[in-house]
Design a protein. Structure first.
Length: 165
């Protein structure tokens, strides 16, 4: 009959393995460690670490305030609205969203400049019938049309809900 061969495995010293890895780490990861120190220093210079320390020291107060405010009807509506806004903004192609946002400061800058000549009705009409203005007016009319359609749907839903109650 076969005899079992005794297997004696030396116990594994996990702490010793970790200590050896830690000793090799500065050589193996020198560039990453230096980069991490530079990042840490920059965060310190910009005050990010102070902010993080302040948030951590007052986290119970902050969480308590958030929980208290989030449990109010206004807080719940705000959270729901933010989530819905997140979906809407996420559905817009970044290039289109960028063009809309870039138009805002340009429009404000043009509106705040004092015109060289007095504004005339004919001058306004000419700018209004410009291809770019007509494109924007068409988009605005489409937006208003859809807004009215959705407002009517909300009103109808609300009136059906109050009738059935």
């Amino acid at each position: 009959m076969a005899q079992a061969i005794p297997l004696k495995v030396a116990p594994r010293d996990v702490r010793e393995e970790l200590h050896k890895r830690l000793e090799r780490a500065p050589d193996d990861h020198a560039e990453a460690i230096l980069s991490a120190f530079e990042l840490l220093q920059e965060m310190h210079n910009q005050g990010v670490l102070d902010i993080a320390r302040g948030v951590l020291s007052t986290r119970d107060e902050i969480l308590g305030t958030l929980a208290r405010d989030a449990s109010t009807p206004e807080g719940l509506r705000a959270i729901r609205n933010l989530l819905y806004l997140w979906r809407i903004v996420g559905s817009i192609e970044p290039e289109r969203f960028q063009s809309i946002l870039e138009a805002i400061p340009e429009g404000i800058a043009q509106a705040s400049v004092k015109p060289e000549k007095p504004v005339t009705l004919f001058g306004l009409w000419r700018r209004l019938t410009d291809q770019d203005s007509l494109r924007a007016l068409s988009a605005a009319v489409d937006f208003l049309h859809n807004l009215g359609h959705h407002l009517l749907a909300v009103e109808n839903k609300a009136s059906r809900g109050s009738v059935s109650s």
